[in-house]
Design a protein around this ligand. Structure first.
Ligand code: PLP
Length: 426
């Protein structure tokens, strides 16, 4: 695509965008009667217009059925299909979730929050021995993950300082090459119990080559899991075929499930029949016998067996409504638009010498987010953009993250960033 820096050009791209109608499915925040250029879906996605009705439906069921909502359907089951109750409500999310991450339905389950799920999954998949205790990860991955790894290592009686191996970004680019990861796996293969890393780095916006990394891990017989907080709903994923062992994510970013929305897990089917250590709770018990309340934990088949507590149905209702939109468009179409949209942002930002685009310029190595390092007065620029109605987020000491989301952002939103930069730098 040959871009042009003009409002007419941006509007032309919007007019010919096959996904343009999806923007109308979301509430776009406004200030002083004008829509904001909301480029912050990497932090919190926008509210789908269907969210309120989905939530109200479950509030109505609660109002009308009380506790019976767990066993009776408050839904006039469209098409005469399965009569869903709150008891099996999570299953209503599975088809869409599975299509978004490239898995089978039994490999996925919406549950808990991301870090909670990471703890549950580490309990099952981090099985250190004296010979193989090490954990390989990315230096500077999201702090919550670092804390989870550190505390797991400690709780198993090992010292994080020599048990956690971190792959550092290259100083000249701030990024990590595939070879750096593959070399680290090869170097430490004999002592590695597990690899845990982000699939898309929250800070740099870099997408790691999960296919190649998972393949290397499997060739070496090392388990691998991914944090997909910034990848899910942003880039196409095919976790089952890639042979990834397990993963978790959140749904409040690109899945637009609302603040603190329910997370989910993926567990590859090859692990379903293994007797893995778990931190169990009654909701992970076989559903058909859960209410027998008998001692002795028997896990539900598949990813469901990692559930612990009673699910938050209100949160699941929002999740379901927003997942349906993402699944309706499908990741291939979203990704196609995403490349054009983020390519336009890249084109508009690149001429400004005071800004370094930290995110890889290669579209295959990024999703929708660009991380901009501002050489001087970054916070002043950030405040200027915010004043101009452009909502991104700020990371100390010098980074502005902007994420044009193909579901609801327009090319005009992106054009406004170029204008904001032009006004600031003159
Ligand atoms: C990459 C990544 N991992 C983990 C988390 C923590 O998620 P939660 O607070 O839902 O556990 C976040 C939160 O934004 C994140 O971006």
């Amino acid at each position: 695509m040959t871009y042009e820096n003009s409002l007419d050009f941006a509007r032309h791209l919007d007019a010919t965008d096959p996904l343009r109608s999806f923007r109308d499915r979301f509430h776009i925040p406004q200030r002083n009667g004008r829509e904001l250029a909301y480029l912050c879906g990497n932090s919190l996605g926008l509210q789908p217009k269907t969210a309120r009705a989905a939530l109200e439906q479950e509030l109505n069921t609660w109002q009308n059925l009380g506790v019976e909502g767990w066993f009776e359907s408050g839904d006039a089951s469209p098409g005469g299909g399965v009569a869903y109750t709150w008891l099996n409500y999570h299953e209503r999310c599975k088809t869409d979730l599975a299509s978004i991450i490239g898995a089978t339905s039994i490999e996925v389950c919406p549950m808990n929050a991301l870090t909670v799920n990471l703890h549950l999954l580490l309990t099952s998949f981090y099985q250190p021995t004296n010979k193989k205790a090490r954990l390989l990860t990315i230096k500077g991955d999201f702090p919550s993950d670092q804390y989870a790894l550190e505390t797991h290592v400690r709780s198993r009686g090992f010292n994080p300082a020599d048990t956690i191996i971190e792959i550092a970004p290259r100083p000249e680019t701030g990024l990590i090459e595939l070879a750096d990861i593959q070399n680290a796996i090869a170097e430490h293969a004999d002592s590695l119990a597990l690899i845990w890393m982000s699939g898309l780095n929250y800070y740099t916006g870099q997408v790691y080559d999960m296919v190649a990394i998972a393949q290397t891990a499997r060739q070496r017989g090392i388990l691998i899991g991914f944090d997909l907080a910034h990848a899910i709903g942003n880039i196409p994923l095919n976790l089952h075929d890639w042979g990834v062992d397990f993963a978790t994510w959140c749904s409040y970013k690109y899945l637009n499930g609302g603040p603190g929305a329910v997370s989910g897990v993926f567990v590859h089917e090859r692990h379903h029949d293994e007797e893995l250590p778990r931190l169990a709770g009654w909701w992970g018990y076989r559903e058909d016998r859960r209410f027998a309340m008998t001692p002795g934990f028997v896990p539900a088949p598949g990813a469901d067996g990692w559930q612990v507590s009673t699910p938050n149905i209100l949160s699941l209702s929002l999740h379901r409504a927003s997942l349906a939109i993402t699944a309706e468009v499908g990741l291939p179409a979203l990704h196609l638009k995403s490349r054009l949209l983020t390519g336009f942002l890249d084109y508009l930002v690149a001429p400004f010498n005071d800004i370094q685009i930290l995110t890889p310029r290669d579209p295959k190595q990024r999703g929708c987010q660009l991380s901009l390092l501002v050489r001087t007065d970054g916070k002043v620029l950030f405040n200027h953009l915010t004043e101009a109605g452009i909502i991104g987020d700020w990371r100390e000491p010098d980074c502005i993250r902007l994420a044009p989301v193909p579901l609801y952002n327009s090319f005009e939103d992106v054009w406004r960033v170029g204008e904001g930069l032009r006004c600031f730098f003159g």
